[in-house]
Ligand binder design. Sequence first.
Ligand code: PHE
Length: 445
Amino acid sequence: MENKRGSFGSKFGVVAAVAGSAVGLGNIWRFPYIAGENGGAVFIIVYLLICLLIAIPVMISEFAIGRHGRKNVMGSMRQVAKGKMWLSLGYLGVFAAVLILSFYSVIAGWTLNFIVESVKGFSGMDVTALTANFNGFVNSNEPIVWTLLFLALTAVIVLCGVEKGIERSSKIMMPMLVLMLLGMSIYSLFLPGFGEAFRFLFKPDFSKMTWDVVLQALGQSFFSMSVGMGTMITYGSYIKDKENLYGVGATVALSDVLIAFLAGVAIFPAVFTFGIAPTSGSELVFLTLPSVFSQIPAGQLLSFVFFVLLFFAAITSAISLLEVPVAYLTEEFNIKRKWAVVMGFVVIGALSVFCTLSLQDGSSLVVGGDSLFDFFDKFTSNIMLPVGGILVSVFVGWFMDKKLRYDQFTNQGQCAVKLYKFLVFLVKFVVPVAISILFISKNLF
Ligand code: PHE
């Protein structure tokens, strides 16, 4: 079975692919900003605790389901769970992957455009010019081309298969990403704004410690670690029996957090050097940074490196998202991988075009007051991932065959044995209760 399906060949390959999925747009611009705004070190401590006590157990639970099931999300659920009810987790996973990739590729497409723009250089453009440039770009039809190009590149990698496509590309791109980020961080150490940036990111500010900060940290950890929607079930199904699931989960979580820290260290010193407000989200990356790059020495080279690394981060996450529906179509409907990829590309491509258009001024693609893009973003992060997280933990904690769970978590008693009881306690009680609180308070209040 393990030979007929694809599988990740080496330990480094597993970690590169899984970390490739986890490290993405969510780490590079969202984490540093959220950390800075929500109390710096305080947020980071809460975030680390949440990763350790909630996100890692969910990730290992997903791996366990996938590695035992040895199938796509739906097929794996059918293998491990009795009754049709749990198949809802499978549907949820495929659906969430399609929706997330539809808006994710829009931003990822922008990074491709900005790679080209940075080759041309931003010099001579002040913030007003850059803003006009950016707005003109978003309101034109150009982003559609970049979005579809990004999706096509993602499709090509997925088409090449689990080992030759996903694993191999992650093994190349992830180390390069780390090197580029390290290079940028070292450069940033020498900028005058480093001290201020460091304080913004890491100085503990206990007055900012509120319930909402905890909730933000929980949401961020789920999105950032790609858990709660079956990506890790799908990737788990490609992990060989000998790999230590806890080891993989912990290594990936550590890399995810470290890369998020490094991103903060790389980005903010430049921003503070010019006294620019550390604005959030897409603005920070696509407006503030270009204006900073246009003013610092070697800014053009840096901006090129930065957008290439952002692209690498995005595409290694995007392939993990596309693999979810592709594995589902090939295994559940006996469709050839080639056609499954084409179908995924067409459906997600169409949705992503709508997402792109919904960001244009005066667009009528609005759902409940939000652009289609924001709606997909909020619906997946605030509803689908938490629901998925609860389903995974309740299933693995309460309904999964105990021997099966033990064998998967500990490789038949060979590793993580001492941690086993604690992990099960987390999965049974802490994870579902904590996520339920997040879910209820985010959606009801
Ligand atoms: N973890 C990715 C990021 O941080 C996004 C992602 C979410 C990828 C869910 C796969 C599944 O950008």
